[in-house]
Design a protein around this ligand. Sequence first.
Ligand code: RTP
Ligand code: MG
Length: 140
Amino acid sequence: MALQRTFSIIKPDATRRNLTGKIIEKFEEGGLRVVASKRIHMTEEQAKQFYAVHAERPFYMDLVNFMISGPVVVQVLEGEDAIAKNREIMGATNPADAAPGTIRKEFAESIEANSVHGSDGPDTAKEEIAFFFSDDEIVG
Ligand code: RTP
Ligand code: MG
């Protein structure tokens, strides 16, 4: 498998508790390299657009409001099989179901405040990276 890139967000519950370094350590220990990174405070418009796929879900506006409740760290992660690898490192959406050693098991507060986002496939990875980063901000 060739090198792949995925998109990651360290969510407001984690930046609030100053867990950025501990979370990045999990990515690096898992074999992923941070090739782009910035700390931003998303606007409501950005969060709504980013999560547009969930617009019809009952938790949509709660999720949008959570994602704009504080700063986030958006990143591009690179590595072998990076998309699946990152989701393995993150663990299940609901921390109650997440495997031991995963980010969500160790750090998540709830199914919503679950510390990290990761792209779920090659098409979404590409779209999500382009949503936040220009090519010259990514250094592989
Ligand atoms: P993500 O997109 O953040 O990587 O997480 P995921 O694929 O594991 O979960 P997804 O189904 O795409 O849901 C996106 C985010 O919405 C919040 N959520 N809240 N209240 C709820 O029942 C509920 N379900 C999902 C979580 O923050 C989840 O990561
Ligand atoms: Mg998802």
